[in-house]
Design a protein around this ligand. Sequence first.
Ligand SMILES: Cc1cc2nc3c(=O)[nH]c(=O)nc-3n(C[C@H](O)[C@H](O)[C@H](O)COP(=O)(O)OP(=O)(O)OC[C@H]3O[C@@H](n4cnc5c(N)ncnc54)[C@H](O)[C@@H]3O)c2cc1C
Length: 458
Amino acid sequence: MSDPAQTLEQLRQALGDDAVVTGTNISQRHYSDWTGHAPACPAALLLPRTTAHVASALRICNAARQPVVPQGGMTGLAGGAVPRASDIALSLERLRGIEELDPAAATVSVLAGTPLEDIQQAALNAGFVFPLDLGARGSCQIGGNIATNAGGNAVIRYGMTRDLVLGLEVVLADGRVLDLRNKMIKNNCGYDLKQCFIGSEGTLGVITRAVLKLAPQPGPTSTLLCALPDYASAVSLLRRIQRSVGTPQAYELMWQDFFRLGVSWLENPTAPMSLDYPLYVLLESAVPGEPLETLLEQAFADGEVLDAVLAGSQAQARGLWKIREATAEFPLRMTPLNFDVSLPIGLIGDFVERCRTRLEQHWPGNHSVYFGHIGDSNLHLTVDCTSLPQPAPILDIEELVYSAVGELGGSVSAEHGIGLLKREFLHHSVGPEALAVMHQLKDCLDPNGILNPGKIFV
Ligand SMILES: Cc1cc2nc3c(=O)[nH]c(=O)nc-3n(C[C@H](O)[C@H](O)[C@H](O)COP(=O)(O)OP(=O)(O)OC[C@H]3O[C@@H](n4cnc5c(N)ncnc54)[C@H](O)[C@@H]3O)c2cc1C
């Protein structure tokens, strides 16, 4: 590595003094992401205003073998944007704004540092929706969403971020700018290079621009809570709905333990139905109540649904969603160890039973809850560490859960990415040959290993 002081001087000359921040002038929000994991003040914070600035910065850092950590809104849940003290953080926050909204193509072209919420609002103003949506919408940036291939609330209907990206502009580690912008739905011109950067967590290139797909605004939705006898019914009900009225906007499954917790934490803890059913599903559909009621009658007759509440008003719908949103209370009411995994949909019920049994064998009386966006094959499992012997055996629990995921052919990361937190467990979901090709791709695009070193791979 070259003399760091000399590198900083070159960066100041290329980007301007105000774009190179050091020491106590670096805001602490650049020390770690939402996880608060391993916070460190980076050697410098770069605040480029243009793609050309990003390119110059990377060219200088690459020549100096200086590691660079791309940073978006710092809302990541895997430690992907966390710098070490010797790293330079490169924040995209000044590369912000909507460049064009094309109603004919139904696309929006944006700079990478644009907050997700700004894009959603611009789409609404033009009579569309940008359907990527997640709780961090006000703080996360589209560049971070693309770099993590974020999922969120509407995946069942619209897919993950990858499905919403038509084109990108990316700066490689050596400063070359790849213009992969595109507004077409169909475009088969050799390798689709943009896919390499989507979900690459800042290890292969820095995303500076994106062209995104917009969707028509949906009409009003119906909200329905159903009690189910078993996991198989959750899957058959989902398929029945898809066959008869189309894919729902949301299909959120809650196991009994989660549902009871969610109801008990309500301001006015009145259950909308008995708390004794094994499973509950909260679903949102773009069709009005009547076809849903017909469908429900058949599902009741087939024993697939045991009880149901169709929200009669917006307020009642919000009340039902409050139960599912109990997750927001987790950090306040327990010491949560959260898992975000995915499995083939038909196996999620088995996985829950397998985990529950093994956790109980190892730590009798532990408290764990299960819930998920099962239409997206995504399951969340939260273990309350206060219910465990102290210090909580976190690594052992992680190994138990992730090896069960591997046994069933699942993924240790459904939507949050690998970052720093899941590197040790990647082998449960990615075989040695695929892992070797990932390393080769990294070596090809970033031969000096300056981009986000230590992330994804141990
Ligand atoms: C309340 C809350 C709710 C959430 N809900 C969801 C959810 O439902 N689904 C979900 O998937 N995630 C969710 N997340 C996680 C998080 O919001 C997403 O991972 C988000 O996509 C991260 O965006 P960011 O801009 O904050 O990225 P950061 O945290 O800043 O960075 C994340 C990764 O992307 C890289 N990166 C950032 N910008 C760029 C760029 N321009 N070019 C290259 N690499 C870059 C970083 O190096 C890092 O590896 C949630 C987080 C919070 C706090």
